[in-house]
Ligand binder design. Sequence first.
Ligand code: ATP
Ligand code: MG
Length: 382
Amino acid sequence: MEQKKKTFMTGDRPTGKLHIGHYVGAIRRRVELQNSGEFDSCYVMIADTQALTDYYDDPDRIRESVLEVALDYLSCGVDPAKSTIFVQSRIPELFELTCYYLDLVTLSRLERNPTVKSEMKLKGMEESIPVGFLCYPVSQAADITAFGADVVPAGEDQAPMVEQCQEIVHKFNSLYGETLTMPHLLLPENDSCKRLPGLDGKAKMSKSLNNCIYLSDDERTVEKKVMTMFTDPTHLTINDKGHTKDNPVFIYLDAFATDDHFRRFYPQYENLSALKRKYEDGGLGDVEVKKFLARVLNDVLDPIRKKRHEYENDIPGVYKILEEGTRKAEEKARETIFKVRRALKINYFEDKKLQERQSKRFRKQHQDEENLKAYLAKQKKG
Ligand code: ATP
Ligand code: MG
């Protein structure tokens, strides 16, 4: 029996260039899924409207970052022949859907979202939160459902968003009949990739925290950044026993280093387990491990940089890809919006049967009135 093909939908906010957290948390998987043959539709969105919910005072940043994110996608292997890459703001159907979904969510539910809560705290928004920002999980539910996605490949911070979306889908389908597809979050398999920490040891590498290695950083910058990295604060001299858990250098190695990297760059150790054992036992310095990490990262980033360079030489071509993708995505979103309007019974102009039924009702009402009048007149006469 032929297996049912699936749809995935995912995206990033154009608030800056993409970093290696995005790569391991989302993009690497996306490219694998796109090439797996298991999906007949792959949607990758540049979420500029969502970015405006907290960067509304800096439209230039978003304008520039749309291109940066597109370049990062293409250079990582998101292939426009297989994945529809598009820009959120140019698809009005998404805003119409958001509007309907807002009726299905309470204010207290939105205020409970842990990712939104921590972002509000980070951005000092607790006292005066823009309504648009508080509601972005609802608009994200519109993005996911508009394309009928059953799979959402993303990092751990997206779990509350997908949960919110599932609640909306459940409520919508229960109230108005089976219409929307139920999505599921697909997390990276490797725990270290679910939420890659920042260079400063903070819980998450994030554009907003300025603690990132960017996909477009050059070799020298990567080396320098790795050398500044936070490691085990109790590992003061080479001979001290070290901790590999909660140590960003080892978390990055978990996310990026392969046995082949060991063979090529660090043959003294067979694999990461052997290296970890040595660090934990004492006798291995941070600088040496960092040098290896920088080589691993540059090995992964090198082909990405080369591809980026090619696309940078054809910016009009990149915009053409975005324009074409956006047109294709809108076609799909329009199909969904027609279904949603039908379920909500607001498809007045498309539903010809509605007019027929209503005409019939009035014809019958008028006929009944005529009949009653005739009957009464007859009674009076008699
Ligand atoms: P911003 O600070 O503007 O919110 P961000 O760095 O958090 O930016 P997003 O655009 O919000 O990035 O996230 C896009 C995708 O990348 C999501 O799927 C998210 O889970 C994933 N992601 C972002 N940062 C990391 C990280 N440090 N580790 C793993 N995945 C991440
Ligand atoms: Mg984010």
